[in-house]
Write a protein that binds this ligand. Structure first.
Ligand code: 9D3
Length: 242
């Protein structure tokens, strides 16, 4: 999968894409990316990417010509580069959307900056995505979030073991508590069941911990999860404080 990013801050992408999982995936050749500096598509002696809003008012607006020129350049190298605008007005990102994007061959991200962008840019994009209801300074970090989440679903990026675990997580519950050595840390012991060696008991304890944790922290997720009759009964007779 090839990621194209159009930004006025190419530096934002250097370290996140050059370490860890994404770096390894690139070395393996399963993902690749090209960062396009929006400034390279500007004209005039100021090379501006923004201008004042028609009708007046506060703040600056992203100019359409550089963005559209950059998109056209990406389009010349790539037959159908799915175009995503990162903006606070987009549809909130979900794992379902991430899975859908992972099926594309090429993704192109336009990172907004300033207080807004010229409305005509929207005619050149395929979809508009937000990463949640909070205010960022621009689309760069949002693009990195989408790239990271999508790349994990590209075959060969995440190990087989981990992707199997991912599938079992899609039962929609939060994860159970985990422990490692030492068995006692500052007076706090690892739950007895985990050192018992009884694998059936351990599996049951973990599942129940997942249920409790989900009910307490994410009741919205619990409402949509599939539970057995026995699990429903057990939850009903167990308090939220356990
Ligand atoms: C002062 C105008 N702002 C009203 C709150 C609008 C505004 C424009 C541009 C606010 C933030 C930004 C920059 N943010 C993004 O480009 C962005 C974003 C975000 O802020 N939150 C969640 N997802 C995203 S994706 C891109």
């Amino acid at each position: 999968m090839h990621f194209h990013v159009i930004t006025i801050f190419p530096e934002f992408f250097t370290s996140p894409l050059s370490v860890s999982l994404l770096k390894k995936a690139q070395d393996k050749g399963v993902i690749a990316w090209t960062i396009h500096n929006l400034r390279d598509y500007t004209v005039g002696k100021h090379r501006s990417t923004d201008d004042t809003p028609y009708g007046g008012g506060w703040g600056m607006v992203m100019k359409p010509e550089p963005v559209v020129k950059a998109l056209e350049e990406v389009g010349r190298a790539q037959p159908s580069p799915w175009r995503i605008l990162l903006s606070p007005q987009g549809v909130p990102l979900t794992q379902a959307k991430v899975a859908e994007l992972a099926g594309k061959e090429t993704l192109t991200f336009i990172c907004g900056r300033y207080e807004g962008l010229d409305e005509r840019i929207r005619l050149f994009i395929d979809e508009e995505i937000s990463i949640g209801d909070y205010i960022l300074s621009g689309g760069e970090i949002a693009a990195l979030v989408v790239i990271d989440a999508v790349a994990r679903l590209v075959p060969g990026v995440v190990g087989r073991q981990e992707s199997t675990v991912h599938e079992s997580f899609s039962d929609g519950l939060l994860e159970y508590p985990q422990y490692t050595r030492p068995e006692e840390f500052r007076g706090m012991r690892v739950p007895e069941v985990l050192v018992s060696g009884n694998h059936a008991e351990i599996a049951r304890w973990r599942r129940r911990q997942s249920l409790l944790r989900t009910r307490k922290r994410r009741p919205d997720l619990l409402a949509r999860a599939t539970l057995s009759e026995e699990e429903k009964q057990w939850l009903a007779q167990t308090s939220n404080e356990d």
